[in-house]
Design a binder for this molecule. Structure first.
Ligand SMILES: Cc1cc2nc3c(=O)[nH]c(=O)nc-3n(C[C@H](O)[C@H](O)[C@H](O)COP(=O)(O)O)c2cc1C
Length: 405
C-alpha cells in the first residue's frame, strides 16, 4: 500500500476491498439485515455542525487524554474485532502493536487467534474483550487467566446474545466457524496477494488457526464448529452475573454494547468503571439506535462512568463531535481492519495516523486547543438551524468541565 495515495479512511476502505476476497471483505464491511443501523451510525454524525471560534490561540494543540490511569496520545482506540487473522497474518498482534506504537488503547477480541499472553507481551497494556456465557465454570478460570497475563482492562460485550443475521455473509458463503466453500476459495484465487501473504503464510506458520482466547483453555480450530455453538450460554447473561464478575475482577471493568440510559445507570450501580455506547457497528440488532444519538443521555445518566463510543467514526470531525457530546474517547473497528487488510501493521498505523492528523487540523480550525475543552457548546444540531442569537446550543446535560480522569 502506498500511504501517500491513501488520504482518508474511505481510501483505506477501497484499498482493503481490492486486497481481500469478497467474502472476507463482506464480513468486515457488512452489517446485519438491511444495514439500517450501519447507515444510521454515519448519518448521526452528519446531523451535527460546529460553531467555530477563531481568534483564539491554537498554535499549540493537544489531543492527549487519560483513561483508567493511563495516558494516551490520542482519543481514538481500536475496538475489538474477531478473526482479524483473516485480513492479515498475525492480525491480532499487528493491531495491538499499531495501537501501542501510536500511544492509543486497543482491545483484543475474545474471538482472536493469537494467544492473549503473546499479544500482552508484544503490546503490554492491551485491553481484553470477553464474550461470556452465564457459566461460572467458564468465567472464573478465564478471569484467573486474564489476571495472570497482566490484563488490566476487561471489556464484556453484551450485545451478542446470539448470532445476528448477516445476509451478505450467507450469500458469500462466509461463516464462523469458517468453511472452505467453493465461493470462499474462488474469492481467494481472485486475490493472489491475500492467498500468499495471509492464507498460505498462516497455514504454513501456524496451521489452521484456533480460537485461543474465548475461555481459559485453548479453543477449537476456526473451521471446526464448537460443541454446540461457540456463542452458547451468552443469551442467559444478566446484570446479576456482571455484578458477580465485578466482585471477582480486580481490574477495570467495562460493559460494551449499551444504548439505554437505565443500562448506563445499572452499569454504574454494579461498579463498572466504564461503558462502550455501541450498537456493534450495526452488526447485531438492525434498527438499533446510533450510539451518537443516545450519547448525551448516557453521559447524563451515569456521571461516574467513563463513557466511550464506537460506531461510524471515520473522520477527525466525528471524533470531535463524539467528545463534545460527552464521550471520553472513541474506538474504531472497520477503519483499523481496513488498514490491516490493506497494509498489515503499517496499514493499521496509517489508519490511526490519518485520524490523528485530521483531529489536529480540525482542532485548529475549530478554535479549540485541547480535546479536553470540548463540550456541547461547540455544536449545534442541523434541525436547530438557523440559530437565533442568544439561543442555547448546549442541551440535555451541562457542559462538562475539563475531562481529565
Ligand atoms: C470485522 C469485525 C469484527 C468484530 N468483532 C467483534 C468482536 O469480536 N467483539 C466485539 O465486542 N465487537 C466486535 N466488533 C464490533 C466492534 O468492536 C465495534 O463495535 C464496531 O466495529 C464499531 O463500528 P465501526 O466499525 O463503524 O467503527 C466487530 C466489528 C467488525 C467490523
Amino acid at each position: 500500500m502506498r500511504t501517500e495515495r491513501v488520504l482518508s479512511i474511505d481510501d483505506l476502505a477501497e484499498a482493503a476491498r481490492r486486497r481481500l476476497p469478497p467474502s472476507i471483505h463482506g464480513y468486515v464491511s457488512g452489517g446485519s439485515e438491511d444495514h439500517v443501523s450501519l447507515e444510521a451510525n454515519r448519518a448521526a454524525f452528519r446531523r451535527w455542525r460546529f460553531l467555530t471560534r477563531p481568534l483564539v490561540d491554537v498554535s499549540k494543540r493537544s489531543q492527549a487524554i487519560d483513561l483508567f490511569g493511563a495516558a494516551y496520545a490520542s482519543p481514538v482506540g481500536i475496538a475489538p474485532m474477531g478473526v482479524s487473522g483473516l485480513c492479515c497474518f498475525d492480525g491480532d498482534v499487528a493491531l495491538a502493536r499499531a495501537a501501542a506504537k501510536a500511544g492509543v488503547p486497543s482491545v483484543l477480541s475474545a474471538a482472536s487467534t493469537v494467544p492473549l499472553e503473546l499479544v500482552m507481551r508484544e503490546a503490554p497494556g492491551t485491553w481484553y474483550q470477553a464474550y461470556l456465557p452465564a457459566q461460572h465454570a467458564v468465567i472464573d478460570p478465564l478471569l484467573e487467566r486474564l489476571k495472570a497475563a497482566g490484563v488490566g482492562v476487561l471489556v464484556i460485550t453484551v450485545d451478542v446474545q446470539i448470532a445476528s443475521v448477516r445476509e451478505n455473509e450467507l450469500r458469500n458463503g462466509f461463516s464462523i466457524p469458517l468453511r472452505f466453500t467453493p465461493r470462499l476459495m474462488a474469492g481467494g484465487l481472485m486475490r493472489p496477494r491475500w492467498m500468499v501473504e495471509t492464507f498460505a503464510r498462516t497455514l504454513w506458520k501456524q496451521g489452521i488457526p484456533r480460537f485461543e482466547n474465548f475461555t481459559a483453555t485453548r479453543g477449537g480450530r476456526i473451521i471446526t464448529a464448537a460443541k454446540g455453538d461457540h456463542r452458547a450460554g451468552r443469551a442467559a447473561m444478566t446484570w446479576d452475573e456482571l455484578a458477580r464478575i465485578r466482585e471477582r475482577w480486580p481490574g477495570r471493568l467495562l460493559v460494551k454494547g449499551l444504548l439505554r440510559p437505565e443500562d448506563a445507570r445499572a452499569a454504574q450501580r454494579i461498579g463498572a468503571d466504564g461503558i462502550f455506547v455501541s450498537n456493534h457497528g450495526g452488526r447485531q440488532l438492525d434498527g438499533a439506535v446510533a450510539p451518537l444519538d443516545v450519547l448525551p443521555a448516557m453521559v447524563a445518566a451515569a456521571p461516574q462512568l467513563t463513557v466511550l463510543l464506537d460506531g461510524g467514526v471515520r473522520r477527525g470531525t466525528d471524533v470531535l463531535k463524539a467528545l463534545a457530546l460527552g464521550a471520553r474517547a472513541v474506538f474504531v473497528g472497520r477503519p483499523a481492519m481496513y488498514g490491516l487488510a490493506a497494509g498489515g501493521e503499517a496499514g493499521a498505523t496509517h489508519a490511526l495516523a490519518l485520524l490523528r492528523r485530521e483531529i489536529d487540523t480540525d482542532l485548529a480550525l475549530l478554535g479549540c486547543a485541547d480535546v479536553r475543552q470540548l463540550g456541547p457548546d461547540w455544536l449545534v444540531r442541523d434541525d436547530r438551524l438557523p440559530l437565533q442569537d442568544g439561543e442555547r446550543t448546549a442541551f440535555i446535560h451541562p457542559a462538562p468541565s475539563l475531562k481529565a480522569s
